[in-house]
Unconditional design. Structure first.
Length: 328
């Protein structure tokens, strides 16, 4: 039985990856320190003999007994609310955490895939964004703690690949949505759906002309799975190229939720990217992968998930207390 370590296991994408690899017959070691992860995302796996959980901060030394075949590094705050609240931890998990995991992969002779992000492109001057584009990122802006942590993560991963011959993969993940997101995590889909469920007006920042491209979680997990078992070491965009403006998206949400909320406008946050659309030509050619779930279908599934959560669960996911988990 192959053994895989998945960091950020209690997070949105991490928990779905745990499900996928358990279902594929792997022995999964999940690792999380629950700064942003939620145990309810993985509690259903506790009865599986193929799953074990380690409560650990990856910025500290990592020790895993026995052999290890694969590592998926998905430990990191991934939403503006999180990484603006815990900026130092965000930088540390992308730098020290990645360094520790690359060292572990080297010691175990394991293949490692790191979760990068479309944020490495910053506020892009090239549209759509292909892997060859170097990006337009402010190193000192408030979003820089996340953007630069991920850019460094890519650089050190390639350094380990070139210098040590480490077997590495890099997934550049574009906006993903689906079950297990937190309603208060600051990203547009849970924000709009949370406002709709609470009967509040939908908040659009700026004019709403800025664009995003949304990939349903099942498609994202399939892309990551295929990338892990490919022979390609350089970054690969994994996302949905179906682009929409935020204003039009807000109108879609109002129609989907059958609510009568208004759309209100607020100032655009600093360094908020105005365009986001992946060029997935490489993923199509290399992985024979492209998204299968249309936005209408994926949004309906996601809204049903949030709508069916109990009020207690909604409150818990909306009011997570970071303080007790943060290591100063």
């Amino acid at each position: 039985m192959k053994k895989i370590l998945i960091t950020g296991a209690a997070g949105f994408l991490g928990s779905h990856l745990c499900d996928r690899f358990v279902s594929e017959g792997f022995h999964v070691i999940g690792m999380d320190n629950f700064i942003t992860g939620d145990e309810t995302n993985i509690i259903h796996l506790y009865n599986s003999s193929n799953f074990e959980l380690i409560d650990h901060d990856v910025t500290e030394f990592i020790k895993i007994e026995g052999e290890l075949d694969y590592i998926l590094h998905f430990a990191s705050p991934a939403s503006p609310i999180d990484y603006l609240k815990i900026p130092i931890q965000t930088l540390k998990v992308g730098s020290l955490g990645t360094h520790n995991l690359l060292g572990l992969a080297k010691a175990k002779k394991a293949r490692i895939l790191i979760a990068s992000t479309s944020e490495v492109y910053g506020d892009p001057l090239v549209h759509p964004q292909s892997e060859e584009y170097y990006g337009n990122v402010s190193t000192i802006g408030p979003r820089g703690v996340y953007d630069e942590a991920k850019r460094f993560q890519e650089s050190i991963t390639m350094a380990y690949h070139r210098f040590h011959g480490l077997d590495t993969r890099i997934a550049r993940i574009f906006n993903t949505y689906g079950s297990r997101m937190r309603l208060n995590d600051g990203r547009v889909i849970p924000a709009f759906m949370g406002q709709a469920l609470r009967g509040e007006d939908l908040t659009v920042f700026g004019t709403g002309e800025q664009t995003r491209s949304f990939c349903y979680v099942d498609d994202q997990i399939e892309g990551i799975y295929r990338l892990l078992f490919s022979d390609y070491h350089y970054p690969v965009n994994i996302g949905n190229p179906n682009e929409i403006s935020i204003l039009d998206f807000a109108k879609e949400i109002i129609k989907l939720t059958q609510t009568s909320q208004k759309i209100i406008f607020k100032d655009l946050p600093i360094d908020d990217p105005l365009q986001r659309q992946p060029d997935i030509s490489l993923a199509k050619n290399l992985l024979d992968w492209e998204p299968k779930t249309g936005r209408a279908e994926g949004m309906q599934k996601t809204f049903n998930y949030f709508k069916n959560l109990s009020k207690e669960e909604l409150y818990k996911r909306d009011h997570k207390d970071f303080a007790s988990h943060i290591k100063k």
